[in-house]
Design a protein around this ligand. Structure first.
Ligand code: ADP
Ligand code: MG
Length: 246
């Protein structure tokens, strides 16, 4: 038995004449922490959105445990519980408390009873340090706190893979650390994750593999030490140099 969860083969996506993803190939094994880096517009969000079924690919395959989600009939909410996503802008329900935000997927999609759902929601809110705020509405929370609720909500579905699209990019600088620290703990616990991020120190420390995207293709990938310390492609060198020089 292989422990491959996702396999992406020859994935492409165009918006009209704009080929945003071209021939993307990579696989995600259980326990992988893959950081995706690259300039704005290189296709990182589109890649995650294809994997989360928020975009329909133009070509290629996305196999989830061997089943091509682009071709076979898929129960989308159930799939998104297994392959969860955390967004830059949190996407919490404004009229619900932190606790309710974390429960809704379990009661509506997974058909769990309220008591079980509440217990699970409290467990994951505690895990991200949000126990004191379970009855707060999003507008009463800081950006960092909202993002931690969004992470708890995704975790409560007990996903096999969690996708993060620049989870700290919308945060004030003093709140970036609390969110990265939660993600660091998840990585240590062995959660499988794909993380689009501009936090290079974080990517270097937590990832098992780094993928550098450039103009819609995977330009280079490898272990963080190699990609950051000894990049092979000119594009990677230039991207990293621009980052280091601010
Ligand atoms: P990144 O996340 O790396 O910044 P994106 O995946 O958001 O890049 O975008 C890659 C390219 O795809 C950009 O040129 C963007 O304008 C284009 N794009 C993304 N989403 C859409 C869309 N829904 N319709 C048209 N063009 C899009
Ligand atoms: Mg993006």
């Amino acid at each position: 038995m292989s422990d491959t969860i996702l396999e992406i083969r020859h994935l492409s996506k165009s918006f009209g004449a704009n080929a945003v993803l071209r021939d993307i190939d990579f696989s995600v094994n259980k326990g992988d922490v893959i950081c995706v880096i690259g300039a704005s517009g290189s296709g990182k969000s589109t890649l995650l959105r294809c994997i989360n079924m928020l975009e329909t690919p133009s070509g290629g395959e996305i196999l989830f445990h061997g089943k091509d989600i682009t071709k076979e009939r898929v129960n989308v909410p159930a799939y998104r519980a297994k392959v969860g996503m955390v967004f830059q802008s949190f996407n919490l329900f404004a009229n619900m408390t932190a606790l309710q935000n974390c429960m809704i997927g379990m009661t509506k999609v997974q058909k769990k009873d309220r008591k079980t759902a509440e217990k699970t929601a409290r467990y994951y809110l505690d895990k991200v340090g949000m126990s004191p705020y379970i009855h707060a509405k999003p507008r009463q929370l800081s950006g960092g706190q909202k993002q931690r609720v969004a992470i708890a909500r995704a975790l409560a579905m007990e996903p096999e893979v969690l996708l993060f699209d620049e989870p700290t990019s919308a945060l004030d600088p003093q709140m970036v650390g609390e969110v990265l620290s939660v993600m660091r703990n998840l990585a240590q616990e062995g959660l499988t994750m794909i993380i689009v991020t501009h936090e290079m120190a974080f990517a270097r420390d937590v990832s098992s593999r780094v993928v550098f995207m450039h103009n819609g293709v995977i330009c280079e990938e490898g272990p963080p030490q190699e990609l950051f310390m000894n990049p092979k492609k000119q594009e990677t060198k230039e991207f990293l140099a621009r980052f280091l020089n601010g």
